[in-house]
Design a binder for this molecule. Structure first.
Ligand code: C2G
Length: 129
């Protein structure tokens, strides 16, 4: 059984998020998703996501393609999570291209093209206007 791992905030869940999770699942049989905590987001962007980590995690966990969810507490722990969850493949969107190549010694690393013209930031901007 091939185990796939991916990471994200998945705030204001949208079709770009669903696309990457569905495509990630196609690289294996079991999909594990690390959902970034509110604290991790705050430390990166000095603001909290719109939806809390509990809400974001429940949404991801309810998806048919997702088999397991955990909290991503720190960006520095990716290698530890890959080992802990026995991942064979790491999938990320290509906004992270080359950033995780160091994990190629632990598992296969695949970057997938982002879905064009949609992002959480853009949704917030459209609603504001
Ligand atoms: N994504 C995508 N297409 C979009 C928007 C997002 O394919 N139009 C992908 C991103 O490339 C990412 C995943 O969806 O792989 C989650 O995106 P975000 O919620 O923006 O997560 P991010 O803040 O990039 O993750 O360790 C990484 C951290 O958890 C942060």
């Amino acid at each position: 059984m091939k185990r796939v791992i991916t990471f994200g905030t998945f705030d204001l869940f949208h079709i770009g998020h669903l696309n990457i999770l569905e495509r990630a699942k196609q690289f294996g049989d079991y999909l594990i998703v690390g959902v970034s905590t509110d604290a991790l987001n705050f430390s990166k962007k000095q603001k909290n996501p719109i939806h809390s980590q509990e809400e974001r995690t429940r949404i991801i966990n309810a998806l048919k393609v997702v088999d397991e969810v955990f909290y991503e507490e720190s960006l520095e722990l990716k290698g530890d999570y890959i080992k802990k969850y026995n991942a064979d493949v790491l999938v990320m969107g290509d906004d992270w291209k080359d950033k995780f190549d160091e994990f190629k010694s632990l598992c296969e690393v695949i970057y997938l093209e982002r879905t064009p013209s949609i992002s959480t930031t853009e949704i917030i901007e459209i609603i504001k206007r």
